[in-house]
Write a protein that binds this ligand. Structure first.
Ligand code: DUC
Ligand code: ZN
Ligand code: ZN
Length: 476
């Protein structure tokens, strides 16, 4: 009787540190051996000529998040995690969002109910702190951090979410005391409100003006302020969805000074520009997200930052709203002014293939760096490592086998989310995951989803264990 449930043979096994051609053996959902000529397994996969990577960790996505009246996210835990699995991701970390005037604990409890029985892959929660009352800061937040919700996002914009500087300082102080990671959405709310009013008064309401209402300086100022507040409190922060050159310069400056400032970027800042908001009719609404995509120079800066260590994390920021839907992008009507268009683009399933094709096979990113950005670093930063994010004896058998020779075209019809479009329709890509395993169970194979809702488990996170940001100006 074989000792192994599964042996994956002769693949090029990649971690954030190394690549080596070897076999990977799995038993009871975990990796139990790595080596040459391992004993036969009850099941075998021949991965010769293919890469065996840790399953992706998508550390920033929105699933079934309650929205304002009349707006609904297209993906719940079932369709979102299904789509993620088909794109080589095996862990997602969406957000339990506190509503102003309500408790944080209530948001976490509600979010567990939304996930229950639906997730096809494992998941953890970040929290969103939108109402930093003294009860939240002194009781709920410390208790929840202790209970395994060790990261939270705060906003510097959006009226229903934003904190002012004093509240940010107080919230960061709790993060420092409790050892949590704070994610910051850095855009200046007053600048956006002022610009939006001026654009509206001039009749500039089409989707493309969304980008003009949130120019780079608005993100740059808030990024600098977020860094300064974190420096004052002396606690690490992670700046999410960084869009381009100006914000990157602030982060590089902070990292050069030795501050623990981490940064995340997303596919929309590599593959879209503000011009994608300026297409016929209302269609630009499909690419309305915040911060908005910038220009080609910013795309180049973001690529550099992925390569040189300014960025630690590459996430999707999947925020799914259907285009042809009265509760989606058109919630406020077919020709609604840009400020009423729900913000966000879908991307759970395309995140890894886009970066693999243009980054790894395009010669911009070493494959070990790809693994670091998409799996290992997010697992470390959010307290899931080494159970998730790497290939090592004892880790969960969350694996993706990639065929680097596959050539394919992105079409929304072939994706597995519940959104009716992808911003990347028609893109030609090279390389794709051919098998995804979640704790040893196959969830994606040869173009078919074969997982099951309910098999995904909730993950309590440990305190973050990030390595210091590398940032190029530190010189190593
Ligand atoms: N921006 C966010 O901050 N969250 C969801 C989507 C978006 O565009
Ligand atoms: Zn955000
Ligand atoms: Zn987001």
């Amino acid at each position: 009787m074989s000792d192994f449930d599964l042996v994956i043979r002769n693949g090029t096994v990649v971690t954030a540190a190394d690549t080596s051609v070897c076999d990977v053996a799995v038993r009871d959902g975990r990796i139990v051996a790595l080596g040459e000529r391992l004993a036969p397994g009850r099941e075998e996969i021949d991965a010769a000529g293919q890469y065996v990577l840790p399953g992706g960790v998508d550390a920033h996505c929105h699933l079934d998040q309650p929205m304002g009246p009349g707006v609904r996210m297209a993906d719940d835990f079932e369709t979102g995690t299904r789509s993620a699995a088909c794109g080589g991701t095996t862990t997602v970390i969406p957000f339990a969002a506190q509503q102003k005037g309500h408790s944080l604990r209530a948001a976490v409890d509600d979010y567990h109910r939304r996930a229950e029985g639906l997730a096809c892959i494992d998941y953890a929660f970040h929290m969103i702190v939108s109402d930093a009352t003294s009860a939240v800061l002194s009781e709920e937040l410390p208790e929840l951090i202790e209970a395994g919700y060790t990261s939270f996002k705060i906003y510097m914009t959006y009226d229903d979410l934003k904190l002012d500087d004093r509240q940010i300082l107080e919230t960061l102080a709790v993060a420092r005391r409790e050892g949590a990671m704070t994610m910051i959405h850095a855009e200046n709310a007053d600048c956006i409100a002022w610009l939006t009013e001026a654009l509206e008064a001039a009749g500039h309401t089409a989707p493309r003006y969304h980008a003009d209402s949130r120019p780079p300086v608005v993100e740059r100022e808030a990024t600098h302020r977020a860094i300064s507040l974190a420096e004052l409190v002396d606690t690490p922060v992670l700046i999410v969805h960084v869009s381009g050159t100006e914000a990157v310069a602030q982060i590089r400056w902070a990292q050069g000074r030795g501050l623990r400032v981490y940064a995340e970027t997303c596919p929309q800042y590599l593959f879209l520009t503000a011009e994608d908001l300026d297409i016929h009719g209302f269609e630009g609404a499909k690419c309305v997200c915040s911060p908005p995509p910038r220009d080609e120079a910013s795309q180049a800066t973001v690529w550099d930052g992925l390569e040189n260590g300014v960025f630690q994390v590459f996430s999707s920021d999947h925020a799914p709203f259907r285009y042809e839907d009265a509760e989606g992008k058109k919630a406020a009507g077919e020709d609604a002014a840009f400020q009423y268009i729900p913000n966000g683009v879908p991307g759970l399933e395309t995140r890894l293939p886009l970066l693999f094709s243009a980054g790894v096979l395009g010669g911009r990113l070493d494959i070990t760096r790809f693994v670091a950005l998409t799996a290992t670093n997010p697992a470390r930063i959010y307290g899931l490592y080494p159970r998730k994010g790497t290939i090592a004896v004892g880790a969960d058998a969350d694996l993706a086998i990639w065929d680097p020779d596959a050539e394919w075209t992105v079409t929304n019809d072939a994706l597995h989310h519940d959104v009716d479009y992808t911003p990347y329709e028609g893109m030609r890509l090279r390389g794709r995951p051919v098998v995804t395993l979640s704790r040893g169970r196959t969830v994606w194979r040869d173009g078919a989803f074969v997982g099951e809702p309910g098999n995904g488990r909730f993950l309590r996170c440990a305190r973050p264990q990030p390595a210091r940001p590398r940032g190029e100006s530190r010189g190593f």
